[in-house]
Design a protein around this ligand. Sequence first.
Ligand code: ADE
Ligand code: ZN
Length: 334
Amino acid sequence: MTQNLPKAEIHCHIEGAAPPALALSQAERYGVDMSGFLRDGVYIWRDFSEFLVAYDAVAALFRTEADYALLTQTYLDELSAIGTIYSEIIVSPDHGDRIGLGADAYLAGICDGIAAAKERSGIEARIIVTGERHFGPERVIAAAEYAARAKNPLVTGFNMAGEERMGRVADYARAFDIARDAGLGLTIHAGEVCGAFSVTDALDLVKPARIGHGVRAIEDDALVARLAELGTVLEVCPGSNIALSVFADFDSHPLKRLKAAGVKVCINSDDPPFFSTSLAREYDIASTVIRMSDAEINSMTRTALEAAFVDDATKAALLARFDREIGDQAVSMT
Ligand code: ADE
Ligand code: ZN
């Protein structure tokens, strides 16, 4: 079991982390009928397109700065309770704009939640601003411009999520140029719904340090070798991939094969309650279903920390805490 292992994740969408009970209480507060998206405490969707619609419906239940502070704190408290020392939260200022809250207040609420959680448990967190691909290149570029001018010390990266089948990476490359020029770390969803070509596009046109998912790179041996050579980190989300039918089952999931091929990989929860998962379950799956050893799992957590978009001093402190915790564990097992 992995319950005592220190944990980290660098790929979780904030609205996608909303526990169904919290979504329900928000729906009651705002008088929203969620029966089409939430039944018996479970989010309802059938495929990737429906998942994105359900995601946006849940996102629309968070309407104030305080709502976002509560959501962020709830998620980070859950993570710290299972031994997580670091989390990167993917956020979409566009959501803030769409619900009339505004991007600044949206971000301020998330920052408040991070501060409150850190105060309580010491968990460290950073924010990755994302553009949503299905809203088109202009919105993604606007998200990058926002992230660049926000100059918020907790905003340390830029991502693109959403419908991967919409357009090609080239249509969105300008957004990443803006984010790179602003000194933000780059990561991009690719090789999840679309195949290996999408990962190749990302490497050629964005040159990201990390890729969200990237797992369908397994369809192309030369691409796997290229990822290993470049040291690009794949933010792998096994439970999400199975729930969204990217792979039929955990036996055919390529996490272990990618790691064995020398690709840097780490474990993440993506949108946990949408996929009936949690970061704790993802760690357990890696251990008991994918059959990775504690040493392999710890090496993935180390990869997440090494790939974190944080300043050097914070990274060193996180790695020192991680080493201390795995060292303590080795001692307690003797
Ligand atoms: N937005 C939230 N979760 C996502 C995922 N798994 N893929 C693409 N966009 C997303
Ligand atoms: Zn994602």
